[in-house]
Design a protein around this ligand. Structure first.
Ligand code: ATP
Ligand code: MG
Length: 447
């Protein structure tokens, strides 16, 4: 089968032609072929070849070669400063503990290499001219928008349980159905995800939640995802019994998540901002549900989840800040804009507005009118920022050195005086001007 010509970067083409010139087979394989067949621009180009690593070293003797993956048959060749990963056709030996093959061996047979790959759509090979080698029906599955395991799905998920999460990830990103036998095996084998490292889980989970169809997949496969995120199971079906809410906690959270742009930290904040609600649930005499303190509870649970997933500290800090403040009312006034700019910083505060917006869009229709309040708040923050107003100690017109020059000794008292001056600026009760601030401190007998 000949496809429309694949757009391959020159460096990849050079690497492929170099191997071919020496008599070896070489194919593009995996995500890049799948993306090309779906008319999506590939983001990386994995190559597979019948040349052994030693043979590749000889072919690319004039190039810089990085040998980090050599034990598994992968070499990285630098062509015109672009790193290109090339892997020898491989057969995985028996698997231990649902994640690692005990050995890998090389083969000269492309079909055997394709057979070790996870899904049919990821097992299609394409040569430099666009000729396709499709041993497992990947092309027709792509056409039918189906995710199907290569071979027996139960066996494949037992070999490497991460494939369970990868299957859900591809479904969430591509909007494909998961073929029936693959789907039921994926549920049957879900518990095996317990043997997968936090780092591998996190990587797939982040891609999954950023998928366009993430909400659908998380709600359809909560039982499977519950193995890595048991907190979702408590959220599912939890009736809020509150007039602001027409959805259970999980559905509400998923709608909020989908209303946020596909960046992992924003999506995590959307998914988890109410994770503490079930623990905080109370009902008043009229039967109305309340969740006092749920933002702090959610923050604590989130902290535990993100630590468990070994999430990097910046992402974690951002998510926790957003979750902690998601429900705090912030008036659309310059005074509060300045206060929260000082407290959270510009980036977090704009992100918080996004979360508030998404959260509100996931409530009962009659409460969604809050959007205009959030518009007003955003406009206010933008104005304070654009006017270059002071919302950090550093940009205050009065400094520690100014106070020292006035005879205040360095130490705790000096810090207190700066804080008093800063509060006055944030409040708007004193202009951000050195003399005005000194005058105010004197008038209040602080100096
Ligand atoms: P992406 O667009 O996210 O890069 P991808 O399909 O390229 O998707 P990678 O993780 O880059 O995914 O893997 C490259 C290829 O390696 C896959 O297409 C698949 O053929 C194979 N592969 C990756 N992980 C596994 C696995 N756990 N089990 C079997 N095959 C795998
Ligand atoms: Mg890839």
């Amino acid at each position: 089968m000949q496809q429309d010509r694949i757009q391959i970067p020159d460096s990849v083409r050079i690497a492929m032609k170099t191997l071919r010139r020496e008599g070896y087979e070489v194919y593009l394989i995996g995500g890049c072929v799948r993306d090309h067949l779906m008319h999506v621009r590939p983001h990386d180009f994995d190559l597979t070849t019948d040349a052994t690593p030693e043979e590749m070293m000889a072919v690319f003797a004039d190039y810089k070669v990085i040998e980090t993956g050599i034990r598994h048959g992968t070499l990285t060749v630098i062509v015109n400063s672009m790193p290109i990963e090339i892997t020898t056709y491989r057969v995985d030996g028996a698997y231990e503990d649902n994640r690692h093959p005990t050995s890998v061996s090389f083969t000269r047979n492309l079909r055997e290499d394709a057979a070790r790959r996870d899904f049919t759509m990821n097992a299609i090979a394409m040569d430099v001219d666009g000729n396709v080698r499709d041993s497992f029906g990947g092309c027709s599955d792509i056409e039918a928008r189906l995710i199907r395991a290569v071979g027996d799905p139960d066996v494949r998920f037992e070999e490497d349980a991460l494939r369970i999460l990868r299957g859900l990830r591809f479904a969430a990103v591509l909007g494909f159905e998961i073929e029936e036998a693959t789907s039921s095996a994926l549920r049957r084998k879900a518990a095996l995800l317990n043997s997968i490292s936090a780092e591998r889980i996190r990587e797939e989970l982040f891609k999954l939640i950023c998928g366009r169809y993430a909400g659908q997949i998380i709600s359809g496969y909560t039982d499977v995802l519950g193995v890595v995120l048991p907190e979702l199971l408590t959220m599912k079906g939890f009736d809020q019994k509150n007039r602001h809410h027409c959805y259970d906690v999980l559905t509400h959270s998923l709608i909020a998540m989908e209303n946020l742009s596909p960046k992992p930290y924003l999506r995590l904040a959307g998914l988890l901002h109410d994770v503490g609600k079930p623990r905080c649930f109370t009902q008043d005499a009229s039967g109305e549900g309340h969740f006092y303190g749920h933002a702090e509870e959610s923050e604590a649970i989130c902290d535990a989840i993100l630590s468990r997933l070994k999430v990097d500290s910046l992402t974690k800090k951002r998510v926790l800040t957003l979750v902690k403040y998601h429900d705090v009312p912030i008036a659309a006034e310059e005074k509060s804009a300045r206060r929260y700019l000082a407290k959270l910083g510009e980036e977090n505060l704009f992100d918080l507005c996004l979360l508030k917006r998404a959260d509100n869009l996931a409530q009962s229709a009659e409460w969604r009118c809050r959007q205009s309040e959030i518009d007003a708040l955003e406009a206010c923050i933008r104005k304070v920022v654009a006017d270059g107003e002071c919302f950090s100690m550093h940009s205050m017109a009065l400094s520690g050195n100014d106070l020292i020059a006035l005879g205040v000794p360095p130490g705790k008292r000096l810090g207190e005086l700066l804080r008093i001056a800063f509060d006055a600026v944030l409040e708007g009760s004193c202009e951000n001007d050195k003399d005005a601030l000194i005058g105010m401190l004197k008038a209040k007998k602080h100096l």
